[in-house]
Design a protein around this ligand. Structure first.
Ligand SMILES: Cc1cc2nc3c(=O)[nH]c(=O)nc-3n(C[C@H](O)[C@H](O)[C@H](O)COP(=O)(O)OP(=O)(O)OC[C@H]3O[C@@H](n4cnc5c(N)ncnc54)[C@H](O)[C@@H]3O)c2cc1C
Length: 326
């Protein structure tokens, strides 16, 4: 039996684990399905992380390293390449990896720090066929920054959230031509600094109140039709414009990764899509906590770390009061 098992080894998981340990419980285990700690930060090689937390501008991997060092210094256990399949309301965690097969771990407290996932094309009602060349922005980021592949040369980005803006700049720096970033709202979705540094500085057009209404191409995407939208986000007749492209990137929202929570019967908050929690970040099931993007989508990782530290402390307090023994 562990005092605390943390699911996910991103900044939320690492911050919560370190804080639980520093607040008086020593048997802490992180379970991470990827082959390294760090979560999404490992593919975010741009700078802009850590301004609040460390008062310096770090890249994602540099920010992650600060917490990985703390985990190593405290001697906190972690298992990589380990996928958590299920948690029970009694805090039994079922996981699997190549060396141990399927196994169960009982914990006095469980912290969900599983991050979020991207909204895919299926969540949008765009007409047209299903050609290759359509990626979520985060997938394209992983292809370019981790795997070393370019997704295409002539790009249209749908959605002006931070990931879309950052990828518009990244692909431009790698030699692609980003023809437009289309945003259905009348204002950009990402941070003002990203609009300036990722689009304006590279003369990439931002088309507001605009969306992709048709995808063209059979084997590979050959272009998109974009249209202006009205205040109800409905396409306005007579405003169609065809843009030839070989790649469409979707940056149309993130959803908390909450399948484990739902399966366990944890109450979900309709407004965030993550678990509903009390002021101690405890879910509707006693002894199960949630933090980071699994709880609600955060713009800044610094806020994720702050929240994770509070969650780790709350979990440690519960264990020290003997409430997780059942
Ligand atoms: C493209 C992009 C750009 C960003 N740019 C900035 C920026 O410039 N500045 C800034 O401050 N913030 C930025 N952010 C935000 C910040 O990186 C995130 O808010 C933060 O990383 C979220 O941390 P997390 O630990 O909650 O989630 P994640 O980092 O996603 O970590 C979750 C971890 O849980 C693991 N996991 C999930 N399910 C399971 C399971 N069942 N079993 C085992 N492990 C599991 C995943 O593998 C992952 O490692 C950016 C985010 C993205 C996506």
């Amino acid at each position: 039996m562990y005092d605390a098992v943390i699911i996910g080894g991103g900044p939320a998981g690492m911050g919560a684990a370190a804080s639980a340990y520093q607040n008086g419980i020593e048997s802490v285990l992180i379970l991470e399905r990827a082959d390294s700690l760090g979560g999404i930060l490992q593919q975010c090689i741009h700078s802009g992380f850590g301004l609040h937390k460390f008062s310096e501008e770090l890249t994602g991997p540099e920010y992650s390293l600060q917490y990985e060092q703390i985990i190593h210094d405290l001697g906190i256990e972690y298992l990589l390449n380990t996928m958590v399949l299920k948690i029970s309301p009694q805090r039994v965690v079922t996981a699997m990896n190549e060396s141990d097969g399927i196994f169960e771990i009982k914990a006095k407290a469980v912290i969900l720090a599983t991050g979020c996932r991207e909204r895919p094309r299926g969540a949008l009602a765009i007409s047209g066929s299903r050609p290759a060349g359509i990626y979520t922005a985060g997938t394209a980021q992983k292809l370019v920054n981790i795997n070393g592949y370019m997704p295409g040369k002539d790009i249209v980005v749908l959605g002006s959230g931070d990931i879309g803006l950052i990828m518009a700049r990244r692909l431009t720096l790698e030699g692609a031509q980003v023809k437009a970033v289309c945003e259905v709202l009348p204002y950009p979705g990402g941070l003002a600094r990203n609009v300036q540094q990722c689009l304006n500085d590279f003369d990439i057009p931002l088309k507001l109140s605009c969306t992709v209404t048709q995808i063209h191409g059979s084997k590979r995407i050959e272009g998109v039709t974009i249209s202006k939208v009205d205040s109800d986000k409905k396409p306005v007749l007579g405003t169609k414009q065809f843009i030839p492209c070989d790649t469409l990137l979707l940056s149309v929202g993130l959803i908390p990764e909450n399948e484990l929570a739902k399966d366990a019967g944890i109450k979900i908050d309709d407004s965030t899509g993550g678990a509903a929690v009390n002021r101690d970040y405890q879910t509707s099931i006693s002894g199960i906590f949630a933090c980071g993007n699994a709880l609600h989508v955060h713009d800044l990782v610094d806020h994720v770390s702050d929240e994770a530290e509070l969650t780790g402390k709350a979990a440690a307090d519960l264990v020290k009061r003997g409430l997780g023994n059942g």
